[in-house]
Design a protein around this ligand. Structure first.
Ligand SMILES: Nc1nc2c(ncn2[C@@H]2O[C@H](COP(=O)(O)OP(=O)(O)OP(=O)(O)O)[C@@H](O)[C@H]2O)c(=O)[nH]1
Length: 240
């Protein structure tokens, strides 16, 4: 299921408490999700941020659709992808991945919406592009500026590890950075699921960390799209 909201113009101030979403037949389809999720599902909102071209769309697609997309275009605004998962044999939870635009011109008007009611953040860099690694402090700074609580789980993901001969960011350097910012580091490939840390395992690890968080509530209006209503901020959870 892909919930698409590409244009800033569609995101008015009512977005603070609700998101009007629309279905896209061309989008990612969850392996376990029916056409409409059950009412009152638990939703974990995870934003995926990093420079343009690092592979945010491919990573979220890999997790939600189970494969590498045939082609991608620069994300405009934000794309949502969702997948229902079972955690510790508990009832189904919705993992909602916000695939944000890396290009400044495609994100600036809606950036404040990304950061509302976030449960976790995934910072992505491209292992074959050292500039995307050097940009990470500015992404961390952006989170700070949007008053993201310090205790919100964050992870660092180096993508494209399948391009072995082109690696520019050594693991030990990335590990030092991750340690300095108290984040776990994962190196992966959205393209080749057999390389290093599996995308599936990365997001499921995050979901396990989140399971004690207070959920967003989901309700279904009688004759329109789905409305996701936010509850008060999630309870504090330790990321350790
Ligand atoms: N070899 C390889 N290529 C990848 C991988 N992940 C993404 N790519 C390629 O990298 C390019 C950018 O991928 P996207 O997922 O669109 O990047 P993005 O970070 O979403 O970019 P923006 O939407 O502009 O922010 C595409 O050509 C992908 O095919 C990977 O794991 N390995």
């Amino acid at each position: 299921l892909r919930l698409s909201l590409g244009l800033a113009g569609r995101m008015g101030s009512e977005m603070e408490s609700s998101l009007e979403t629309s279905f896209s037949s061309s989008g990612a389809v969850s392996g376990t999700l029916g056409l409409l999720p059950p009412a009152r599902s638990r939703i974990f909102k995870i934003i995926v941020i990093g420079d343009s071209n690092v592979g945010k769309t491919c990573l979220t697609y890999r997790f939600c659709a189970g494969r590498f997309p045939d082609r991608t275009e620069a994300t405009i605004g934000v794309d949502f992808r969702e997948r229902a998962v079972e955690i510790d044999e508990e009832r189904i939870k919705e993992i909602q991945l916000w695939d944000t635009a890396g290009q400044e011109r495609f994100r600036k008007s809606m950036v404040q919406h990304y950061y509302r009611n976030v449960h976790a953040v995934v910072f992505v860099y491209d292992m074959t592009n050292v500039a995307s690694f050097h940009s990470l402090p500015s992404w961390i700074e952006e989170c700070k500026q949007h008053l993201l609580a310090n205790d919100i789980p964050r992870i660092l993901v180096g993508n494209k590890c399948d391009l072995r001969n082109a690696i520019q960011v050594p693991t030990d350097l990335a590990q030092k950075f991750a340690d300095a910012h108290s984040m776990p580091l994962f190196e992966t490939s959205a393209k080749n699921p057999n390389d290093n840390d599996h995308v599936e395992a990365i997001f499921m690890t995050l979901a396990h960390k989140l399971k004690s968080h207070k959920p967003l509530m989901l309700s279904q209006p009688p004759d329109s799209g789905i409305i996701l209503k936010t509850e008060p901020k999630p309870a504090v959870t330790c990321w350790c």
